[in-house]
Design a protein around this ligand. Sequence first.
Ligand code: GLU
Ligand code: MG
Length: 456
Amino acid sequence: MDDHDREQQAELARGVREELQRHGVVGLATTWVDNSGITRVKAVPLARLEHAAAWGIGASPVFDGFLADDSIVAGRFAGSPVGDLRLHPDLSRVVPLAALPGWAWSPAVRYRQDGAVHPQDQRSVAMRAVDQLRQAGYTARMAFEIEWALSTSAPDFVPAAHGPAYGFTRLAERSDYLRELLVALEAQGVAVDQIHPEYAPGQYELSVAAEDPVAAADTLVLVRETIRALSLRCGLHASFSPKVDASGVGNGGHVHVSLSGEDGNIFRGGSGRYGLTEPAESFTAGILERVPALLAVGAPSAASYLRLIPSHWAGAFQVWGLENREAALRIVTGSSGATDAANLEVKVFDLSANPYLTVAAVLFAGLAGMTQGTKLPEPVDVDPASIAEDERAARGIRPLPQTLAESAAAFEADDALTTGLGVELATTLVELRQAEAARFADSSAEQIAAAARWKY
Ligand code: GLU
Ligand code: MG
């Protein structure tokens, strides 16, 4: 960020400010998501927007060392109380918040005081991954599926709907709330694909259209904070925690990804299995091979491992399959005419993850698979838990890590991911995951679920 950029940003801010004033906006809340998946915020009144755009808003680098409970891990590259970063709102993504009248939102990029991007800025890492993919000749479209559990009280979880799973009763029980949510998201320019009751009591799901990976992560932040804010306005509490209750089905944060090369979507029209092209197979194989390591990014909380259990649709085995909801990776082909529909779904992730790191890590893993020409094993078309253990072993079907400590070790050993994210960020992530694992080492499932319930 040099003087010319600062002038440009200030000029842009003047236009944005006028537009926001017309919408009755008084303050801009600009966010980044920390390494533990918490969306942190700084806000300025509109009168300071121009200055914030040109010079950024001060924010300590100590946040890189935060755990979800706000305790701080003093690591090799993070967690120091010394220094300052500048938070620059991305003015191209500013949107008035329909559920928080008077407020607008934008994601931020964190810069150093000398104007260079902070090497541990997660959104910039996602941009770098997109860039590397472009250099390899592909563009990605991604989307997060958003599941949440709605409660009438806190801290105890009391389901806000009692009807059967996926039952119309549940829609009727909360029809005003769900309608207001659709209205708010439409006003914010979010393209909602679907909204419906999920399996667990009080659980709902919303899916959005696929976009550029960084935009998909931004949209997740926007949708999640809209759901949270609207729930509070309605006297309700939304939890995106992987496991609101120690038992039962959890909240996932499944990630969909498709890639386009010169000839369009590479997840269809190929000569490989289920119509995959060869690069799509290698991309998928690169991710499949790294699922244990990827969990340190996409399933980063102790509560994530309460969710990742067999036969709960979270995908607890390192397998892939066509439309298999018990596979870590699910190939979705869609109806034959819908060219956009064919994609890969990573089921194992949840919403305690930082979405920017998630999209970056998925792309780095897939890219490594393409570069190395990684081959896919045989797909699995049943619930792997239904296969006898000795047969699973014979077929090379492995269970995924059952603890955060195991995922952290797999991540630390993975060159593609640690190089992609950069040594500073990768080191910090390992330190944080180890600290989170140690913090909950002696906790019961109930204690872990209770600690995570209102953090995410
Ligand atoms: N709630 C499940 C999970 O924890 C996913 C259910 C579904 O397949 O949509 O991921
Ligand atoms: Mg679902």
